[in-house]
Design a protein. Sequence first.
Length: 259
Amino acid sequence: MLRGRLWINPSGDASDLQCVARTRKGRRCLNPIEESGQVLGLHEFQLGSAGYVQAYGSLGGGDTVDVDRWLAQHCTLHDTPDVTDYETTELRRFDIVRDAAHIRGQRCDVAYDGEAVNCTKESTPTDSEDKIAESTGGVLEAAARLRPSAGYVNGLDYGDWFIEAKPDLLLAVAQLARDLSRHELAGRLERLSKPMCMEPLDAVLSYDAPPQTWCGRTVKAEGLPCELHTPERAADLGRCTWAGPGDARICRSAPPRGT
């Protein structure tokens, strides 16, 4: 727990973290990050409804270690501006999905530094973290329902199959983006979850190549055009106004010359 955020060393325990600096002999430094003994106490932190995780850190507001040096993964000998690294740093942000194996459903009430475990004020996540944890569950549930579907052309050839992002998945990801303050992305995903006009807007349409631009206006049902791209408005796009009896889509071809 550094600066109020959880970090993880994928190659082992945080107490085994090794310096990544390059020595004068061109090798990786063998020094540990900790100067001597266990500086950080082991505490239990709650991750919303996901459960509890044990991590070294401070329950108080202050840091008990040099956070910049820890994140740079340098020992005290190589804590200098001109140092070069032999390896990339191994500490990364703890991910509630990727690192789910470290999460326990129940509290263990363990503290290795002699202090009582505090799971009330300091270890309770913010409302935003709680929402993110719940939204992540919705994303995983929606993703679990994905299935391959046959493509529009040569659908019996598995190479042309695809996995469609269903509306429930797009809406779940949109909610997660909103919880992470990515409001523009959330709005775009919400629009993509609804039926869209999808009328090709290229100036020249070819049957040999797919269109490059489409109308993204939302419509009442899949397959319907928006009010700007009904057959009656085909001439506005330079298309033929006849699209066949009962056809809701604009004719793909340009009108014959002189008609």
